[in-house]
Design a protein around this ligand. Structure first.
Ligand code: SF4
Length: 360
């Protein structure tokens, strides 16, 4: 919930990779180093992913001397607790350990040769969606910008090590509700979009929310350049709230009005996430109601068959029923994509790998 905004992030996390270049310049200027040295350090940390910038030939003597007295610059923010790969080789899931021992999940997906990272923004989550393993474990704390950036660095390094090129797309769809950690998330994305670093394009980053209306309104006000995905999953407030408790706080009418304003202010369409659950929200009537809700809102629906978790007894909609649902949306003029259930054998739903490791 939004109350989690006020909870402190861990103070022990190394801040360097969590600072935008301008902040790094100001910080180093107070210690007598020129902006050139700060920009060199930023490039070494974010473009080269250099674990020992003080040894780099690109670092001039004043920067090297300065770094030599700051050994914590090379301390990693995260370490790998475990890694699994799907049998089709298209998905790798990392369980990453943070400095305070918390663990978060990061996923690398390699569909069509265009790699996408899915990162976490919180340890645990307060939103309690009933079908989500993270929601079932509860909220622990917000991640720092350094911890969000470090997940992307980890995936980028894994891609380079396996000769698969560079990361192209990023989705904030891992553990946690990104809009409940708004400022930190936006700082991390500023860093990741910096041309001197990872250099992701803002239009290739998708922020996924369960429907935190104040955050969506803020994205609209700030004309946020990042695409937005909103989880609906239910076509009435009652139906939706049974799956997503946040639906009680922000009813559909309020949520969709915020989405409409976001599309007007930013010029982006909205991605609507719809988890298809057998016998729960996958009938033709549900599709008709969803189509009606989205009239007048530039949108694209992602239909995702449920990933089963131990604590939620629902099953995924079968492929013919999913296709029928999609047909109804098409007749209503709403574009959609039926997602494949990739990575099911690596516990692909968010929080599942962590839950399994804790249970093991
Ligand atoms: S689906 Fe997302 S918002 Fe809902 S509980 Fe899981 S992590 Fe939190």
């Amino acid at each position: 919930m939004s109350g989690s905004d006020s909870l402190p992030a861990t103070p022990s996390a190394m801040p360097w990779i969590g600072m935008p270049c301008a902040a790094l310049e100001s910080c180093m200027a107070t210690e007598g180093l020129s902006p050139t040295h700060a920009r060199t350090l930023f490039r070494l940390l974010h473009r080269e992913l250099d674990p020992r910038p003080q040894d780099s030939p690109a670092a001039l003597p004043p920067l090297r001397r300065w770094l030599a007295t700051r050994p914590w610059v090379q301390e990693p923010v995260i370490s790998v607790a475990s890694e699994v790969a799907s049998s089709d080789g298209l998905t790798r899931k990392f369980l990453l350990r943070l400095a305070d021992g918390q663990t978060v999940e990061t996923v690398l997906m390699g569909f069509t040769g265009r790699h996408t990272a899915c990162v976490s923004t919180q340890a645990g989550c307060a939103m309690g969606c009933v079908f989500c393993a993270t929601g079932q474990m509860g909220f622990v704390r917000n991640l720092t910008s350094a911890e969000i950036v470090a997940q992307v660095h980890h995936v980028q390094a894994a891609l380079r090590a396996s000769g698969q090129g560079e990361l192209r797309n990023l989705v904030l769809m891992g553990m946690g509700e990104p809009l409940n950690n708004y400022d930190t998330v936006m700082t991390a994305l500023e860093i990741l979009c910096d041309r001197r670093g990872v250099n992701l394009g803002p239009s290739r980053i998708t922020i996924s929310t369960v429907g935190v209306v104040p955050g969506i309104r803020r994205m609209a006000r700030e004309r946020c350049p990042y695409p937005l995905a909103v989880s609906l999953h239910g076509s009435t407030d009652e139906e939706r709230s049974a799956l997503i408790p946040a639906g009680r706080r922000w009813p559909l009418a309020e949520l969709l009005e915020a989405c409409r304003k976001y599309t007007v202010a930013t010029g982006h369409r909205i991605f609507v996430e719809w988890t298809l659950i057998d016998g729960c929200n996958d009938s033709a009537e549900h599709a008709v109601r969803l189509g009606a809700l989205l009239q007048g809102i530039p949108s694209h629906v992602n239909l995702i068959p449920l990933n089963p978790t131990d604590a939620f007894k629902g099953a995924a909609t079968g492929s013919s029923a999913a296709q029928a649902f999609q047909r109804v949306l098409r007749e209503a003029g709403i574009p959609s994509t039926l997602r494949q259930r990739r990575g099911i054998d690596v516990a692909a739903g968010c929080g599942q790998l962590r839950a399994e490791r804790i249970a093991a």
